[in-house]
Unconditional design. Structure first.
Lengths: 129, 475
């Protein structure tokens, strides 16, 4: 019975975006966030954008949704995936901002308030020919 | 000729230097899987060049430097501490969940439902001996279910205490290993990359048990502060921690028989329990001193399980003792428990050994089944006297079981996140190693911008999910 309900919901959501595709996108963000690199984070941003588009489409259809239970269950799973992805991105951000502060203090010392000096951004330019 | 000889000397020196570089590289490759090992770099130094003064230049091998990044190591340790804590929480709560079955097939939940059904059946036929006996049998099953759950909680308490003792012993043993490494370093083995790997591997092991801060001393030794403040190791002096149980004098306990809390003591006897929140040890202390007492009680609280056992027994007894048997006699109490120890109500709950089926009072003076009806009404109470904390007894038990289920659910999520977080910290450690400072500065700014963009989108996504949930039909 439960399976049938889920199938019905998936079929109803096909086309303009389903909760499953939104969840898959957020879960991929969580998997990618384990090895964050700037290019990976660009990809996670795109995935999150696609998840937002899917969910917006689902939300706009939800006013006439008959399968509240199946949908609620899937939304809870998405919430959990968002929490995981969010936690990993937050931890990575803390890591890099801590490292940034550490390097700033090592290269520029500390400010009067005790905060590390901002990390100096090197200026560069390329000439190709 | 002199020039040719000089060239050969320079070339020979360069070959020796590059041989050292190869040796170091080979050693790095061989130790790629060695826990705690950090890659070593053979530095090369230019020799002075002044042909007129006889200095022929060339290159020679300089010092071997470690690529260890203390910041990255510390991040891995911090995430490992959180992983140890999450793992222990899942283990502890999994054992607890098995005691609170809500599937309706075993435990208090099914026994309570059966007894309430028996009360209902008895109300239909108050003089029927089979119905009366059924009430006695189901009451006995419920008492047994309370006893078994209380015993399970007591065993969980003992397991947690054993776990704390073992963890404290493991922590002391690992710090003891680090102390011996410090001694070796102080005796001159500072540059030994194998010893360095052992130190860092041991620190990573220690991190899963407790939260600590590492101080890298100028002489190459490490000092450790438990929870950032209690010394565990300073040079070659170890400070052992210990675990015990003692009831604090203040505030005075309300329940004199309640189990005293576990306390973690520094080597000078200072109580550091409240600061011990991280790692496996922190999770065990929290489970033993906070989670379990909320169910089974301690010096300051009765515990929800005891509260439920006592209030249910009291209400059932009160109704029965106020009624009349078929023969017109006053009713007898159905349950007994140890009233002198509120933290022992569930463990001591039993059916009154004196009662017989015909002493069950179904009537209330105005009708032959008034009391039996009132007892069956406990399933859907309409009066506060039939409730516990504003809920029916069935709902109260459901809430208790749901607390455990929700906590386990959260702990499982935390564990999933932390497993990924440790892998993430190790990946970033690799990613940043060997990158020049200029490149790092550029990378870090790129990272910051990317994180900001992702964070904004996550906020939008989270809100969208919540909006959609709110729009769903509530049925």
């Amino acid at each position: 019975m439960e399976r049938e309900t889920e199938d019905k919901f998936t079929a109803a959501g096909e086309g303009a975006g389903t909760l499953e595709t939104a969840r898959a996108a957020v879960e991929e963000v969580a998997a990618l966030a384990v090895s964050p690199a700037p290019e990976v984070l660009d990809r996670t941003a795109l995935l999150l954008q696609s998840a937002i588009a899917c969910l917006t489409a689902v939300r706009d259809r939800s006013g006439c949704a008959s399968d509240g239970v199946g949908q609620a269950r899937e939304l809870k799973r998405i919430q959990r995936a968002i929490q995981t992805a969010g936690a990993l991105l937050r931890k990575a951000q803390q890591y890099h901002s801590g490292w940034s502060g550490y390097l700033g203090a090592r290269t520029g010392g500390y400010r009067a308030g005790g905060q590390p000096a901002p990390l100096a951004r090197p200026s560069r330019f390329w000439v190709e020919g | 000729m002199g020039s040719l000889l000089s060239s050969m000397t320079v070339a020979a020196g360069a070959l020796r230097a590059y041989e050292r570089v190869l040796d170091v590289t080979e050693n790095n490759v061989a130790n790629a899987q060695t826990p705690g090992y950090a890659a070593q770099v053979q530095t090369l130094e230019a020799m002075p060049l002044d042909p007129s003064g006889g200095l022929i230049g060339g290159v020679e091998a300089g010092q071997i430097q470690s690529e260890r990044n203390q910041y990255a190591d510390q991040q891995v340790q911090q995430q490992t501490t959180l992983l140890g804590q999450a793992q222990q929480q899942v283990n502890s709560l999994t054992s607890l969940q098995s005691l609170f079955d809500i599937s309706g097939t075993s435990g208090i939940s099914v026994a309570l439902n059966n007894l309430l059904d028996s009360f209902s059946g008895w109300a239909q036929s108050p003089n029927d001996a089979v119905s009366q006996q059924s009430v006695l049998n189901d009451a006995s099953d419920l008492a047994t279910a309370f006893q078994q759950t209380a015993t399970g909680l007591t065993l969980a308490e003992q397991d947690a205490e054993n776990g704390i003792t073992q963890t404290v012993s493991t922590v002391n043993s690992l710090v003891g290993q680090l102390q011996s490494y410090n001694s070796q370093i102080m005796q001159g083995d500072r540059g030994d990359s194998g010893l360095d790997a052992q130190v860092h591997s041991t620190l990573e092991q220690l991190a899963q048990y407790v939260s600590f801060t590492t101080l890298n001393n100028p002489d190459g030794t490490v000092s450790l502060l438990l929870n950032g403040q209690t010394p565990l190791l300073v040079e070659n002096q170890q400070y052992q921690i210990s675990a015990g149980m003692e009831q604090p004098a203040s505030p005075p306990p309300v329940n004199s028989n309640g189990r005293p809390p576990v306390e973690i003591l520094a080597s000078d006897g200072t109580d550091i329990t409240s600061a011990t929140t991280g790692g496996q040890l922190g999770a065990l202390v929290n489970f033993r001193d906070s989670v379990l007492p909320s169910f089974i009680g301690d010096g300051y609280q009765q515990g929800q399980l005891n509260q439920m056992a006592q209030q249910f027994a009291d209400r059932v007894n009160q109704l029965l003792e106020g009624g009349q048997t078929t023969a017109g006699a006053a009713g007898a109490a159905l349950f007994t428990y140890n009233a002198s120890d509120p933290t022992n109500a569930a463990a001591s709950l039993a059916v009154n050994p004196e009662i017989t089926a015909d002493q069950l009072a179904a009537g209330d003076g105005s009708s032959s089944n008034g009391v039996a009806l009132a007892l069956s009404g406990l399933e859907n109470p309409t009066a506060s006297a039939d409730e516990i904390d504003g809920e029916s007894f069935t709902q109260f038990y459901g809430s208790m079981a749901a607390q455990v289920g929700d906590a386990l659910d959260t702990a499982n999520n935390d564990l999933t996140v932390q497993q990924s977080a440790v892998a993430q910290a190790k990946n970033i450690q690799q990613q940043m190693s060997g990158v020049s400072l200029d490149e790092e500065a550029t990378l870090l700014i790129q990272f910051q911008n990317a994180y900001d963009a992702n964070a904004r989108m996550l906020t939008v996504l989270d809100q969208l999910v919540q909006d959609t949930i709110n729009m769903l039909p509530t049925s």
